[in-house]
Design a protein around this ligand. Structure first.
Ligand SMILES: Nc1ncnc2c1ncn2[C@@H]1O[C@H](COP(=O)(O)OP(=O)(O)O)[C@@H](O)[C@H]1O
Ligand SMILES: [Mg+2]
Length: 486
């Protein structure tokens, strides 16, 4: 450790400004970790946030000889120049763990900077689990409070801020080390599916009739619009009721379903002579047109056989199971999500402990700011999973571009996320970020400029009461992969 300065006047038990020794302004940075050896007793661990350079002969608000010098392009005196830093206090660590500091911090108390080969986190007490590393120091792994994993996690940051990478490299391994089996819903099918073995695709999963109907209707352009679309949907529903078509090949299933719908249309649209009416012929034409738009490939995606029990069984064997959701409509994706989570909810209601983590990328697709249609069901489902999960060991991890408002996730769901990892945010989220970072000395505007792969660790899983900036390492080939793509 290195002496860098002393505590300035007007320090309290929770607020400190330090004056840096000459030259130290080039070594101490925002987010540097320091130890204050309080002359009133105790060792205080703190983080440097918001520095300041002072030179009284250069006040920009009054005229002075210094200002006159500057005006003419000459070099004013630096004799009265000094640098300071505000510290945000993590706590008193003199007893080997973090405790609230209760003593006034004495001005002139010496301040030391942690250097690369020091271990500031050893002052946090013992923590089995670690995540990433502190800021730029690769050997300072950040400790985690394991017991708060089932109090749920939010990972926020604009597209490209590194959320998916963070989950792949850090969060999923952490959850595994804590004994959770991790079920990943990969909305786009590109962020996790290629990186984990044994993923399953939407087309493997069994779908209920409701999901099948909305999927086929959307593929068929709803067979028209308005009342015709409603009637056609009704005929399709009737035809699906007998599930026999499901046990055939996609081609055969398509043919069978087509002829079944056609028969229903003919039967229900006959005049007294037994001939198909004009309306009936219209419906038949719509049916033909609509079915032309549904490919055999589309049929393949709805013939899955895997139910939620089998999915859970696979998860228990593999420990990490990715569901590739890239095929299929939004309704279909949400239906699959509902059928799996309904089963998990049921298990918890029957008092089973799960030890499962659900990682949901692109969370606003499931629980947006103002949910509509199926989203209402998925939002409600996530909220109740959060409530039950705390008791029965189900951890929910939501990834989102935005925190609050239109770009964020539903407020009822958000209230359940007790730990946040916050990367580069969208300007629309400044206000929400200001709330999360209140009293932490982090200027929310800094959050607009965070580089990719940097996240502030905030909330219950963080042993420090103030947010800490962390990052993580990715494999060399991923960096290469990115630059060749760019
Ligand atoms: N820790 C990191 N170090 C360096 N680059 C990173 C790191 N994390 C992410 N990146 C880069 O950022 C890009 C975007 O990451 P990604 O996780 O896909 O973002 P998001 O899921 O937030 O859209 C990646 O392609 C990767 O190259
Ligand atoms: Mg992503």
């Amino acid at each position: 450790m290195k002496n860098i300065g002393i505590v300035a006047s007007h320090a309290t038990e929770s607020r400190v400004t330090i004056i840096l020794n000459e030259g130290m302004e080039k070594e101490v940075e925002s987010e540097s970790l320091v130890l204050v050896e309080n002359k009133n007793g105790g060792k205080i661990l703190a983080v440097c946030r918001s520095g300041i350079g002072i030179n009284d002969v250069l006040r920009a608000t009054t005229y002075s000889p210094g200002v006159a010098y500057a005006k003419t392009g000459r070099q004013p005196s630096t004799a009265k120049e000094f640098f300071g830093f505000n510290l945000v206090i993590i706590g008193d660590v003199s007893r080997g763990k973090i405790e609230q500091n209760k003593r006034i911090i004495a001005p002139t108390s010496p301040v030391k900077l942690f250097e690369k080969y020091d271990d500031p986190f050893s002052y946090f007490g013992f923590h089995k689990l670690k995540i990433g590393h502190y800021k730029d120091v690769i050997n300072w792994q950040v400790p985690v409070r394991e017991e708060y994993i089932p109090f749920h996690i939010g990972v926020f940051g604009v597209t490209g801020s590194g959320k998916s990478f963070f989950c792949r490299y850090e969060l999923i391994p952490l959850l595994r080390n804590a004994g959770y089996d991790v079920l990943v819903f990969d909305w786009k099918g590109s962020d996790y599916t290629p990186y984990f073995e044994g993923s399953i695709s939407m087309r493997d999963i069994e779908m209920d009739d409701e999901a099948i109907i909305s999927f086929l209707c959307s593929k068929a352009g709803n067979f028209g619009s308005g009342k015709i679309a409603d009637t056609m949907k009704g005929y399709l529903e009737e035809a699906l009721a007998d599930g026999e078509w499901r046990s055939h090949s996609p081609e055969e299933a398509k043919r069978l379903l087509y002829s079944r719908v056609a028969r229903i249309i003919e039967d229900e649209n006959r005049d007294k002579q037994g001939n198909v009416t004009q309306w009936g012929r219209l419906y038949l034409r719509r049916l033909e047109k609509g079915f032309k738009r549904i490919s055999v490939e589309d049929f393949a995606t709805i013939l899955g056989k895997m139910g939620p029990e089998q999915i859970l069984e696979r998860l228990r064997q593999q420990h990490i199971l990715v569901i590739d959701m890239s095929l299929g409509s939004k309704e279909q994706k949400l239906s699959v999500f509902l059928s799996i989570t309904r089963y998990l909810k049921d298990l918890m209601e029957k008092k089973n402990r799960l030890n499962i983590a659900l990682l949901i990328d692109e969370a606003p697709q499931y629980c947006p700011y103002s949910p509509r249609d199926l989203e209402e069901e998925t939002t409600e489902m996530i909220t109740s999973l959060c409530a039950l999960g705390r008791t029965y060991g189900l951890s929910i991890i939501l990834l989102s571009q935005g925190i609050a408002g239109e770009i964020g996730i539903n407020a009822a769901v958000r209230r359940n996320l007790n730990t946040q990892f916050i990367g580069r945010i969208h300007p629309l989220d400044l206000e929400e970020a200001a709330k999360l970072f209140a009293m932490s000395g982090v200027d929310p505007e800094n959050l607009l400029r965070l580089p990719e792969g940097y996240f502030y660790f905030v909330g219950k899983m963080n042993p420090s009461p103030v947010p800490l900036l962390l990052s993580f390492q990715i494999k060399e080939e991923e960096k290469v992969g990115r630059s060749t793509r760019a």
